[in-house]
Design a protein around this ligand. Structure first.
Ligand code: TZP
Ligand code: MG
Length: 199
């Protein structure tokens, strides 16, 4: 399958990895299980060849079926504790959170990391916004890594990481919406690494 910029899924993953993406999450909101599994296998092969983990969004069954590195659940998906029970102790478990309360619950349920957001308004997903203050509060409350998501850009990435203390940032449009995915991922990586180097 080809995206709006003419890239295949495999190409998109490899370009992001080339630029320094440390992990890829496959997020498919309009795919039935069969197509999701096919796309997940393609993404997994690309991630394996790039040497980075693949995390499947929403679907524990798809993650298990393709032996992905992890699964990411939101507040309306399977409960984190149930997901953890199904995937076992070794696969990565990520949980989307919007509040300190949700973040603490995710940590207690066995999450390896939380994705916190939307930090800023984004055209990619209809979501309430937690802002950098909300993100910082979550970072201060949990021991597990916090990944900032929602409206993250090369321009704001460094400041967000410095201000909040988050472990990393996740971006969709900020990387795959750019004509040069490698450069966009590289600039993100440099901004995040620079901010973390200052800690
Ligand atoms: N969760 C909160 S905001 C968001 C998700 C999946 C979308 C992020 O997309 P973008 O394009 O990086 O703002
Ligand atoms: Mg979800």
């Amino acid at each position: 399958m080809i995206d709006q910029s003419g890239r295949t899924l495999s190409e998109a993953v490899l370009l992001a990895a080339d630029g320094g993406a440390t992990v890829v999450q496959l997020r498919e909101k309009d795919c039935a299980g069969r197509e999701f599994t096919e796309r997940a296998n393609i993404a997994l092969a690309a991630c394996r060849s790039a040497g980075i983990p693949l995390i499947i969004n929403d679907r524990v069954d798809v993650a298990l079926a393709i032996q992905a590195d992890g699964v990411h659940v939101g507040q309306d998906d399977l409960p984190a504790m149930t997901a953890r029970r199904l995937i076992g102790p070794d696969m990565l478990l990520g949980v989307s959170v919007k509040s300190v309360e949700q973040a603490l619950a995710a940590q207690a349920a066995g999450a390896d990391y939380v994705g916190a957001g939307a930090v800023f308004q984004t055209g990619t997903k209809v979501s309430s916004v937690i802002g950098i203050e909300g993100l910082k509060a979550i970072c201060e409350a949990v021991k597990i890594p916090v990944v900032a998501i929602g409206g993250m850009s090369v321009q704001n990435g460094k400041e967000v990481v410095e201000f909040s203390g988050c472990a990393g940032v996740a971006a969709i449009s900020g990387i795959f919406g750019e004509s040069n995915v490698v450069d966009a991922a590289r600039e993100f990586r440099m901004a995040v690494d620079a901010a973390k180097g200052k800690r």
